[in-house]
Each structure stands twice: as C-alpha cells, then as structure tokens.
Design a protein around this ligand. Structure first.
Ligand SMILES: [Zn+2]
Length: 68
C-alpha cells in the first residue's frame, strides 16, 4: 500500500519530481536528487516497502528479477 509520507511512493505516483530513466509495471529508475557521483540513479519497486530489511524476501525477489 502506498504511503502518503514516503518520498518514493510520491515519485512513483507522479506527484514528486524526478528525472525518470526507466519504468515498467513493477519498477522505476530515476536520477538521484542528491547524487554521490555522476550517474547516480535509484532503481526502486513501485510497491511500497518499509525497509528492504523488514521486507527482505519481497524486496530481494524484486531486485533479483530486475537483473534477469
Ligand atoms: Zn513508498
């Protein structure tokens, strides 16, 4: 369930500004607002996860499928 206070859910919904690089049904990728280096981008699931650690099984399954 999307969270009204989650910056990533805000971006996924289109309300938050971003420079989008990629999107499909489950995933979106965009340039980091505060990049640590050139080309720093974020790849996130469109579903809300509190943390990857708390929801590790679902979050890691998502990450693994993106590399296939
Ligand atoms: Zn979220």
């Amino acid at each position: 369930m999307p969270s009204e206070t989650c910056i990533f859910c805000n971006i996924v919904s289109g309300e938050g500004p971003c420079v989008q690089l990629y999107a499909d049904n489950d995933t979106t990728a965009f340039m980091d607002k505060y990049p640590a280096n050139d080309g720093h981008c974020l790849v996130i699931p469109k579903a809300h996860y509190h943390t990857i650690f708390r929801d590790a099984a679902r979050g890691l399954r998502f990450a693994r499928t993106q590399g296939d």
